[in-house]
Design a protein around this ligand. Sequence first.
Ligand code: PLP
Length: 493
Amino acid sequence: MLYQSTRDTNAKKISGSMAIKQGLASDGGLFVPESIPALTGDEISALCKDSYPVRAAKILAKFLTDYTYDELISDCEKAYSAESFEGGCAPLAKVRDGLYSLELWHGPTSAFKDMALQIMPRLLSRALVKNEEKRTALILVATSGDTGKAALEGYKDIDGIKIMVYYPVDGVSRVQKLQMATQEGSNVNVCAIRGNFDDAQNGVKAIFGNSEAAEKLNDAGFFLSSANSINWGRLAPQIVYYISAYCDLLNEGKIKLGDKVNYCVPTGNFGNIFAAYLAKLMGLPVGKLICASNTNNVLTDFLRTGEYNRNRKFHLTMSPSMDILISSNLERLLYFTAGSAKTAEYMASLKETGAYKISADLLAKINETFIGYYADEAETAETIKATLNTDGYLADTHTSVALCCANKYLKDSGDKTPMVVASTASPYKFAADVFKSLSGKKPDDDLEALDMLSQLTNTEITKPLRGLADRKVNFKDVIDVSDMLEKVYDFAK
Ligand SMILES: *Cc1c(COP(=O)(O)O)cnc(C)c1O
């Protein structure tokens, strides 16, 4: 299986490991597989008997043909171990009859990015060996909170890789700061910078663009790399849990083989929901994919009108991981439905004007599968409360956006197909807003909010967020933006 850019089919095709090592294609496009491997009914039946790591290895093997099955199963067993995923890997919880919650947040940081970031660094580490890269990869991340922690947990103690995370000293919550400052691992470094998130991000960008730094690091045996969410190595592992959820529904007798299932996905960058689409293209019986957005509803508008327009007000919401106006992975959907030439046109227009419009035919084709809904802040809060009171299910703010959108779709369509909602964070990850949605009162401090939510709902704080204040602080440095590069040199010694 070879990979090519979304923007040019004539470009040289490369192996899966090379696509993971390279991240982004040289023409600015994203890597996509040249064809979609099939998933047969017999294979789905066989997967029903397998554990999550085996399901993952078998599905990844179809896409990553330059990795051996032994390599993949070894990596999947480590990534998706019972220690890392205390409550199970992507278990399916019943919300009510016909509506299920696919809980993607039982990993080391209590949010769904772990599903990809626990395995991707292992795939990258092997990619370095397979492509005879002798240097150490130095991952640089600027974070506004959650991605940094998930990356640290994913890359810690992985061979051939070091990771450095910068965060704005006053720009993250107390819980987020504690999570990063108490990070363990022999190859990790965390540093607070004086400035805001943009300062941190611009600082990292400047280091990436600094050829003198690249040379100096090269001499020391390092090259810079990013933990980018558009890397194929982060997307491929996300296909697995949609297939796994289907197997779990079969195992529980909720569906018969061949029956369709709908998925509703709280969406930001369009990565998670695109993975569900790939599962459908492989042959998983998927009906509709409900694309759920918050007030930043650029995708809802796109799926209803065919016009993507990022020239609009940006809203800060209580589902911050979905506060996005450019959904990068949508490019992959355009490629699979419109081809590379059109995709390149749309992306050029997006870059120039911040907008593009697809034809009515193409929109109709996309709408055969994708339907867009959004939930505003009041609806998100109401849904958290109503789902707990009526169904006894406690959802975080992102999951609540999806539950609200799923409810709207069910009401509008009368569709009786079983619906699986992707639950992307533990309610404890966003405890203050969940508590406020339930009680009307916002806790003063997000660390205290954990205990308050636990008492209010009589549920247990997830392991990664328990006892945070008592853990050993390993990283205390606070530096100026101008010293960020020096910090990288020190780390690369
Ligand atoms: C990243 C994230 C999302 C959005 O996923 P995309 O793949 O960017 O669409 C939703 N919820 C949570 C909690 C996230 O961290």
